[in-house]
Design a protein around this ligand. Structure first.
Ligand code: FAD
Length: 318
């Protein structure tokens, strides 16, 4: 069976969920070989093996943290050269997309970014992408070289599948560009205790209808009752009610959770661009004509200041 390289996103050995989702997709098209880099790379092996990785290639070097993405591209290319895979899958984070793009250029391959599904095809893996603010889905395949595909979080379930997960050290030679851009400082974001927006299974978002930073507390309470992340429309962010890091949409983050709850959000095309691929969409809006109701699975016409606390109360009572 053809081998499929999977780039591992992890924090000190703790594998992030989008990588486990990639393993599910990789198993549809071949045998996953994981590439884990940096501090804790070897510690990722057990969980990767539990999710189908037949092999885990690891490398650690100060270059991975001291410089921007190029050392990681050098390492992924070393893995590519060693394995000659049928495809390379990378999580669709900002860093993942840059790594994938640079690798594709180096190996002369086509690239597909932000896939939301992946299946085996006669002429190579076929990726599904959402287009035109997710009004359409398209299917495509790479027709030149080895497909390099980035996949959005929440595009596939995490599935257990025991495999060998044999750990092998990857020999990496860094090129001249690797040390071109040095990281001068890192500022960890203050933790809210909530899941990362792009990876969360549930997102509760608030818009202009929330009417003030002080009122976002009811959105956060509903989010916390569901173990959800909090999102915001651009109107709410521009008004200074919620941080830009939580903006959902064309100029914010793109989310694809199992459940998206939009409160006081009208459903402008630029907002839809970031959430329309959510599996189930619920909207709470006092205007029955709001465009968001065109795309919801469940809509509540009502005042969010009455509906949201009631919903939180119901959920907490269960
Ligand atoms: P509004 O459109 O003002 O809607 C507020 C809604 O709240 C209304 O439907 C109203 O009926 C409802 N409401 C009011 N009070 C209550 C209440 N008490 N209870 C229930 N409902 C209530 N927008 C984004 O969100 N993300 C983006 O990334 C983004 N990028 C953009 C990029 C460009 C280039 C441009 C031009 C625009 C972009 N926008 C983006 C802005 C977008 O066009 C909309 O202006 C924005 O999404 C509107 O936010 P909203 O739905 O919160 O506000």
């Amino acid at each position: 069976m053809a081998e499929v390289l999977v780039y591992v996103d992890h924090v000190d050995g703790a594998v992030r969920k989008p990588t486990l989702e990639l393993l599910t997709l990789a198993r549809r098209i071949g045998e996953p070989v994981a590439v884990a880099l940096g501090a804790g790379a070897e510690a990722t092996a057990a969980v990767l093996a539990e999710h189908g990785a037949v092999k885990v290639l690891t490398a650690d070097a100060p270059e991975f943290t001291e410089y921007l993405v190029v050392p990681k591209v050098d390492a992924l290319q070393a893995a590519y050269d060693a394995v000659s895979p049928a495809a390379v899958l990378v999580p669709s984070s900002a860093e993942g997309k840059e790594i994938a793009a640079r690798l594709a250029v180096r190996i002369g391959s086509g690239i597909i970014t932000d896939a939301i599904d992946l299946e085996a095809g006669d002429e190579g893996p076929v990726a599904t992408q959402a287009a035109f603010a997710a009004s359409f889905t398209t299917k495509s395949r790479v027709s030149k070289g080895t497909p390099v595909i980035t996949v959005k979080p929440n595009s596939a379930p995490v599935e257990a599948a025991a495999a060998a997960g044999t750990v092998e050290a990857l020999a990496v030679t860094f090129g001249a560009l690797a040390t071109g851009t040095k990281v001068t400082s890192r500022t960890p974001r203050e933790s809210t205790g909530r899941p990362e927006l792009t990876e969360a299974a549930i997102v509760v978002s608030g818009g202009r209808g929330v009417n003030g930073a002080e009122n976002f507390g009811i959105i956060e309470e509903l989010a916390d009752s569901l173990g959800a992340a909090v999102g915001a429309s651009r109107a709410a962010v521009d008004a200074g009610w919620y941080p830009h890091t939580n903006q959902v949409g064309q100029t914010g983050k793109s989310v694809s959770p199992q459940l998206y709850i939009a409160s006081g959000i009208s459903g402008a095309i630029q907002h839809r661009a970031g959430m329309q691929t959510s599996k189930t969409i619920v909207a709470i809006n006092k205007d029955a004509e709001a465009p968001i109701f065109d795309l919801v699975d469940y809509g509540v016409v009502g005042d969010l200041f009455e509906v949201v606390p009631q919903l939180t109360g119901e959920i907490k009572a269960r």
